[in-house]
Design a protein around this ligand. Structure first.
Ligand SMILES: NC(=O)C1=CN([C@@H]2O[C@H](COP(=O)(O)OP(=O)(O)OC[C@H]3O[C@@H](n4cnc5c(N)ncnc54)[C@H](OP(=O)(O)O)[C@@H]3O)[C@@H](O)[C@H]2O)C=CC1
Ligand SMILES: CC(=O)C(=O)O
Ligand SMILES: [Mg+2]
Length: 761
């Protein structure tokens, strides 16, 4: 045993029931198809289908490259499986693989804006599978083969690559190899090792392992230094049992026969086999500063906890997102296909794979951008043992990896449409990033690192109990439910939840031993506002928001979430009786609008109905603070119906006045106005006003009044295809967030995390 503290696991865990609910709630599954053209009128119909559709048909028949211009093909990838090696779960068949394939399709979209559809082909016969896929070529810009077991996967991929003129890429082979190679390049660097002398053991000799071996040998590993093992042990020259030509090609000259023997003195280990395949003794026998990538999914060959219990000099990686160093092909496939599609590559070749691996490896050595660092608060991830590979939500991946892949495709002569203007391509790639995923994930990551005690004021409600459990399961902190114990436990039992086992405590306001301290505290605040002590006692005893807010005010909890059963303004009034604004701050409501191309904050969406010029300037300052906490450099637009005096109007006057007030305060962020929303958000329109002090489109919009703020954000949510989070309360002295009446458990968890993050300052 070492005296190293147990590694802190940021655990986004969940119950089986939650996993099933996630897949079944609303529309079953994980994706749907949405048209990209209007389908509203007879004319639209005639254009989309017969007769208008005949025009592109004839154009494509004449020139097949026109399919890239007139159909979705250029951006469409099929994820195809027969389910013979689903993750590390084994051969469970085509149908059972569908959740994984749908999952990959949504990751393609989320991370790299690649449209993707899953196809499950129900045959284990390689020839039949090849036939099922080969004729689908016209439909797609690329084929991602997935979870097909070795050795059939090698035959299938090789043959399809010969038969098809679009990239065919078995991700378990090459995606894994690229990511693992990237991590290994850095692990070797950190331990001062050279590829030419490093001794590596790979457990598993299937799709992923054989591809890793090939890529690493192409990158300089000596064949004599790489030993593969499978269920029969070491793959050595002369072995006959359980062999195939792909294993034979990498059979080692060695007298070692078991995995345990192979691992003795090894510098590095790759696990691409099965849960629990490695023992602590094997790890103990490795060379100093060993490199251990236990990549089996969903559970690794050996856990980081087990490794750290025996030695503290290992660099440890797994395929999972809940440990440091996630070596998982999700870091690769979306971005590799993005680059390949963008240059219309006919294949994904070795040059492109090496370029992707090197790009990933060097990205991990660079300083993380503020946007990511902001989520880690004081623990900026730095290149080192616990950070050898970027995280999947790193916003740089989308403009770094595809560029490397595209350049390698062009240089190796497989690009059908080379890209000339790389800086313009990079800008285009950045706009493809989906900020919804990134923003919330960063907040969750930070909350996991600094877990807080969050009090859920409406603890008797079903969705609140579910939210509290999910909050705890996701490793976001400690949850406290406020309510009558018997009611809370009864509801929890009904939901099949054991609150004690989850470490969730229940606070009954009336019976709490802190009850009188809270009442006294409230009395001191309210005695000169017409309240008697007994009034305060009653509020604490009977009203969950007063009680829960007092818990936070007196330090018995760190943050509060409420609102499921009460109107927003009433809940806020109750909280405000207990908690003041932060000294020198104004309480406002900010909504985060997450749209495809950007994240924009809108204020004040909750509190001040008709702000004065002074109040508008204060709203701007608070909202700029939220932008900074989220990792964005604020560019604040003070909105009106007019832009810089035109058309003239009384209502714009106070906005102009607010800008003058900010001028007098020498604030440390960009702001300007008054301006209309389109000028604020559209670079071209803004350029019509060359004197405008904003250096680019605004990311904070200060609305002239509550009604315009509320109406615009609600319309965006309903009509604009944006995700709107909030209104978030900003400027209170303690972290409190209020969800909309009747909010779902997932919304409550998000708000609880935002409260724990202290988004409100
Ligand atoms: N982190 C990541 O990104 C990825 C991880 N993986 C993981 O890698 C593993 C293998 O996937 P894949 O290559 O597609 O599957 P395959 O079915 O193609 O290969 C599995 C290989 O693992 C070997 N194996 C199974 N159990 C053991 C064991 N206990 N000890 C030694 N060898 C064993 C098999 O041996 P035999 O030949 O004797 O049957 C076979 O060679 C899975 O757990 C998967 O989740 C895969 C892709 C990506
Ligand atoms: C990640 C993946 O593709 C697998 O485990 O099979
Ligand atoms: Mg897979």
């Amino acid at each position: 045993m070492t005296d190293r503290p147990p590694i802190k696991r940021a655990r986004p865990t969940f119950t089986d029931q939650e996993a099933l609910l996630f897949h079944s709630e609303g529309r079953p599954g994980k994706l749907e198809i949405v048209p990209t053209v209007p389908m509203a009128t007879q004319r639209d119909l005639s254009l989309a289908y017969s007769p208008g559709v005949a025009v592109p048909v004839l154009a494509i028949a004449e020139d097949p490259t026109k399919a890239y211009d007139y159909t979705a093909r250029a951006n469409l990838v099929a994820v195809i499986s027969n389910g013979t090696a689903i993750l590390g779960l084994g051969n469970l068949g085509a149908l059972a693989s569908k959740p994984v394939m749908e999952g990959k399709a949504v990751l393609f979209k989320r991370f790299a804006d690649v449209d993707s559809i899953d196809l499950e082909v129900d045959t284990e016969d390689a020839d039949k599978f090849i036939d099922a896929v080969r004729y689908l070529g016209p439909s797609f810009g690329g084929i991602n083969l997935e979870d097909i077991k070795a050795p059939e996967c090698f035959i299938i991929e090789q043959r399809l690559r010969e038969l098809m003129d679009i990239p065919v890429f078995h991700d378990d082979q090459h995606g894994t190899a690229i990511i693992a190679a990237a991590g290994l390049i850095n692990a070797l660097d950190l331990t001062g090792r050279d590829v030419k002398t490093t001794r590596l053991v790979i457990n598993g000799a299937g799709a992923a392992s054989i591809a890793c071996t090939e890529l690493l040998k192409a990158m300089g590993f000596k064949p004599d230094n790489v030993i593969l093992c499978d269920t029969k042990g070491v793959i050595y020259q002369g072995r006959t049992e359980g062999m195939n030509q792909w294993k034979s090609a990498h059979a080692a000259i060695t007298d070692r026969r078991t995995l345990a023997q192979a691992m003795e003195g090894a510098d590095a280990f790759f696990g691409l086999s099965q849960k629990g395949a490695v023992t602590p003794e094997m790890v103990a026998s490795m060379a100093p500063n060993p490199i251990i990538f236990a990549m089996a999914n969903p559970d690794p060959e050996i856990t980081p906890e087990e490794v750290h219990a025996i030695r503290d000099d290992a660099i440890m990686a797994t395929g999972r997102s809940d440990y440091p160093n996630q070596v998982n092909n999700v870091l690769g496939f979306p971005f590799i296909f993005r680059g390949a599609l963008d240059v219309r590559a006919t294949t994904i070749n070795m040059e492109m794979k090496i370029a992707a691996a090197e790009a990933l490896a060097s990205l991990a050595r660079e300083d993380v951008p503020d946007e990511v660092a902001a989520a880690y608060q004081g623990a900026r991830p730095r290149y080192g043992k616990e950070y050898i590979i970027p995280v999947p939500f790193d916003p740089r991946l989308i403009h770094v990896v595809p560029v490397a892949v595209a350049k390698a495709a062009m240089e190796s002569g497989v690009a059908g449409r080379p890209i000339v203007d790389i800086p313009a391509y990079k800008a285009q790639l950045s706009a493809r990033r989906d900020p919804v995923a990134g923003t919330l994930n960063r907040i969750f990551e930070r909350v996991r690192r600094y877990p807080k005690r969050v009090v859920f004021a409406e603890g008797e409600e079903e969705q609140v109990i579910r939210a509290a459990v999910s909050f705890v399961n996701q490793g976001l902190g400690h949850a406290i439910l406020v309510g009558r114990e018997e009611r809370v436990y009864e509801t929890a039992t009904f939901l099949g939840i054991d609150l004690e086992a989850k470490g969730i405590s229940v606070q009954n306001a009336r019976l709490s031993r802190r009850n009188s301290a809270y009442a006294q505290y409230l009395y001191e605040r309210l005695q000169r506002h017409g309240y008697l002590f007994r009034d305060c006692q009653r509020l604490i005893n009977q009203d969950r928001n007063h009680f829960a807010a007092a818990m936070v005010a007196l330090g018995d909890a760190d943050a509060l979430v409420t609102g499921v059963t009460r109107n927003y303004s009433i809940a806020l009034e109750e909280v405000r009786r207990v908690i003041d604004p932060k000294p020198g701050h104004r309480v406002i409501g900010v909504s985060i609008v997450l749209s495809r191309e950007r994240t924009v904050l809108v204020a004040d969406t909750a509190i001040t109905e008709m702000p004065t010029a002074q109040e508008l300037s204060e709203i701007a300052i608070e909202a700029a603070g939220v932008a900074r906490r989220l990792g964005y450099e604020p560019k604040v637009a003070m909105l009106a119906f007019s832009t810089f005096g035109h058309p003239a109007g009384e209502r714009s006057e106070k906005v102009r006045e607010a800008v003058k007030i900010l001028d007098g305060q020498r604030v440390d962020f960009e702001y300007d106005g008054e301006m209309a929303a389109d000028v604020a958000l559209n670079r071209d329109l803004m350029s019509q006003y060359p004197f405008c002090r904003l250096t680019g489109p605004a990311n904070v919009l200060v609305m002239p009044a509550f009604h315009s703020a509320s109406i615009s954000t609600k319309m965006l949510q309903e009509l604009g295809g944006s995700t709107v989070i909030g209104p978030l309360i900003v400027g209170l002295d303690k972290p409190v967030q209020i969800v909309p009446l009747g909010a779902k458990d997932s919304d409550i968890v998000n708000m609880a995390a935002l409260a724990a993050f202290n988004i409100g300052g």
